[in-house]
Design a protein around this ligand. Structure first.
Ligand code: AHR
Length: 658
């Protein structure tokens, strides 16, 4: 009997590919399906690829507090410069002393290289700030230059000014400079006084024109790209940096709030994770910390989703069999649990009643941030029956739920998209009644083809799904190109169809500096002046901008067999716009006729379309050519309730019917 069925199946499959495919998509518009969660499509942020320092965080000075293991990393010094370590900020005690050189023709100066240089724009204003004093008393004058070291001109300066420093007390000084030309690799020079010794700490330079004008702000084009996407959720701060390489280097949010001058430096594990792309000067200044992440979530209209450490270091980088040695013992988890509970207070608490909430108010946000979700653990898993992750997560969940039952807790099924560890993870998450389970899949095209119906069979009664990190990595071609992005678009029809259980999905990683990346593909690339939204970014944005409010059932007359190229579709209704939105992805090599039948509608007044042509397999959007592939608006014709369309090869089209 089984053999007969297999043969019949094989015969049918052969029959499908031989005969003409019927691409009629029936959309049942009369009955609304599950609501599409406002959080459905969002953003995963991690400080990888210089995404934070040197990227989204608009600070232009690297190692501004002289706290790198090599305190002068990123700096050139000349004349009499010495490092001191009894500065005004206890968590960043280093500062520099600029003493007179003792000779008229010798000069004391420090010069910062920025992150791969500093990108400056002609006519734009830059805010230089420094903490300074004259340790021996008196007044001094320091000079600040923006310079182009590579110029053939007479003068390297492209903007400069001076600051009078007075007295023995540490004070903050500010000077706004204008750049005389656009340059990708400027440096910053600070000259000491030739007569009076001057101490400098926290030397900083920001564009005045940051996103929303915030002083400790974000780079405008990069933050704008996030806003443009209309993300529903913003996950931060990672990724593997949540775990660190070891517990000492895990991300600790309490070190990232309060005055920026006193946020201690942390390693960034991406500086050494790959010896093939090694970045010895990659650290986390925490200038972009949890307060800034919450603010940014608010500014871009996304629900904040912080992920905290579960008392475990990175299982990839430590001996998973020897879990007791590398992770926190169950009885010692309390400080980690406190971090979670205190974070909820920092985000939502009453400043009059809680010190973390009071700090939020002091930092400028008395109103709560309305935190609803908390991830505990990044890529953690149980190794066979050691329950390394789940037994720790249980302790966290019990404690958090006792005081904050309103917060939805997110567990994880680990780094694998299937297999023994993945299954163990899901079983444990069900037992623990996690609200959502964070799944990760960086996989090739064949995997995506095979998983086009992944969520159809998922248990409807268990936790909801958070597809927290995913991207199509093609088959060994780990770079952004349209040939991979089309499979992301096709796969996302399945996320959308299953919006009753898939509540969040975030492509990853988000950002990459063209000179500082460790991992690709990524959603947005940038250099010091420019940025490019990749085709994968556009896929994400098109879904997020057209997510609708309710799923509509779609049926394709000839469904694509598992593992094959074909037509994939999903549909939603948008209550606010009174619009039916149908997404169709043609992953095949040829144009396809598609009939979209809106069952339950008598007539369609108008159909607007947006299409993304991914047919040029290797094409990518780069900082040099950012608009090689962009969404194109159009219209389609309808006859009654039928939309008849031809979808070009490897193209993603959205039909918006009124
Ligand atoms: O996104 C890059 C890395 O991939 C993340 O840090 C980690 O969670 C995953 O392994």
């Amino acid at each position: 009997m089984r053999i007969k069925n297999i043969l019949l199946g094989a015969f049918l499959t052969a029959g499908i590919s031989a005969s003409a495919q019927d691409n009629t998509i029936t959309v049942e518009t009369a009955k609304l399906g599950a609501p599409v969660q406002p959080t459905m499509y969002g953003i995963f942020f991690e400080d990888i690829n210089y995404a934070a320092d040197g990227g989204l965080y608009a600070e232009l000075v690297i190692n501004r507090s002289f706290e790198f293991p090599n305190p002068f990393a990123g700096w050139d010094i000349s004349g009499k410069v010495t490092l001191q370590n009894d500065g005004p900020f206890d968590k960043n005690p280093h500062y520099v002393r600029l003493a007179p050189s003792g000779h008229n023709d010798k000069h004391t100066m420090i010069e910062n290289h920025g992150f791969f240089g500093m990108g400056l724009k002609k006519g734009a204003a830059y805010r230089f700030t420094v903490w300074a004093r004259c340790p021996e008393g008196g007044n001094s004058k320091i000079w600040i230059d923006l310079v182009d070291n590579a110029t053939m001109g007479e003068d390297q300066k492209l903007g400069n000014g001076g600051i009078e420093v007075s007295g023995k007390e540490w004070k903050k000084y500010t000077l706004v400079l204008k750049a005389g030309k656009t340059i990708e690799r400027a440096h910053l020079r600070v000259w000491g006084d030739s007569r009076v010794t001057t101490d400098l700490e926290h030397v900083s330079l920001f564009p005045v024109d940051t996103y929303n004008g915030d002083e400790n702000g974000m780079r405008k084009d990069l933050a704008q790209a996030l806003f443009d996407m209309k993300p529903g959720v913003f996950r931060f701060p990672g990724g593997c940096i949540v775990e660190g390489t070891d517990l000492a280097t895990r991300y600790q949010w309490k070190n990232t709030v309060g005055p920026v001058e006193n946020r201690p430096l942390n390693e960034n594990r991406w500086h050494y994770t790959f010896t093939s792309r090694y970045y010895p000067n990659y650290f986390q200044s925490y200038g972009l910390g949890f307060y800034e992440y919450f603010r940014l979530s608010e500014q871009i209209g996304a629900e904040p989703l912080p992920v905290l450490n579960v008392g475990m270091s990175c299982q990839f980088q430590n001996n998973i069999r020897n879990e007791k040695k590398v992770h926190v013992a169950i009885e010692d988890l309390q400080p980690y649990i406190d971090d979670c509970i205190d974070l909820i207070e920092f985000a939502n608490g009453d400043p009059a009643k809680n010190k973390w909430a009071a700090l939020r108010a002091e930092m400028g946000h008395p109103a709560p941030f309305n935190l609803k979700y908390l991830g505990v653990g990044n890529e953690q898993w149980d190794y066979k029956d050691n329950k390394a992750f789940s037994k720790r997560l249980k302790v966290f969940m019990d404690a958090i739920r006792k005081v904050h039952p309103e917060i939805k807790l997110i567990g994880t099924s680990g780094p694998n998209s299937e297999g023994e560890d993945f299954d163990l993870g899901w079983t444990a998450m069900k037992e623990l009644k996690a609200d959502l389970v964070d799944e990760h899949f960086y996989r090739n095209i064949n995997w995506f083809k095979n998983e086009m119906y992944r969520y159809d069979e998922y248990d409807r009664k268990g936790p909801k799904v958070f597809a927290g990190e995913y991207a199509c990595h093609d088959s060994g071609k780990k770079y952004n190109h349209a040939g991979a992005s089309i499979y992301e678009a096709a796969f996302m029809t399945n996320l959308e169809k299953n919006a009753d259980i898939v509540h969040m999905a975030t492509y990853a990683p988000l950002f990459a500096h063209v000179e500082g990346w460790q991992w690709r593909p990524d959603a947005i690339w940038f250099d010091n002046l420019r940025s490019a939204k990749t085709v994968s970014y556009h896929v994400q944005a098109l879904y997020a901008q057209n997510k609708g409010t309710h799923v509509l059932k779609t049926t394709l007359a000839t469904p694509t067999p598992k593992g094959q190229d074909g037509i994939f579709s999903s549909a939603v209704y948008d209550k606010e716009q009174d619009e039916v939105i149908v997404k169709v992805v043609n992953t095949t090599e040829k144009a396809q006729q598609v009939d979209i039948q809106l069952q339950g509608k008598k007539a369609i007044a108008r159909v607007n379309t947006i299409s993304l042509d991914c047919s040029d397999y290797d094409m990518e959007n780069t900082v040099d050519n950012p608009n090689a592939i962009v969404p194109v608006q159009g219209t389609a014709k309808a006859e009654g309730s039928l939309i008849k369309a031809t979808i070009p090869a490897k193209t993603f089209v959205i039909y918006k019917a009124k």
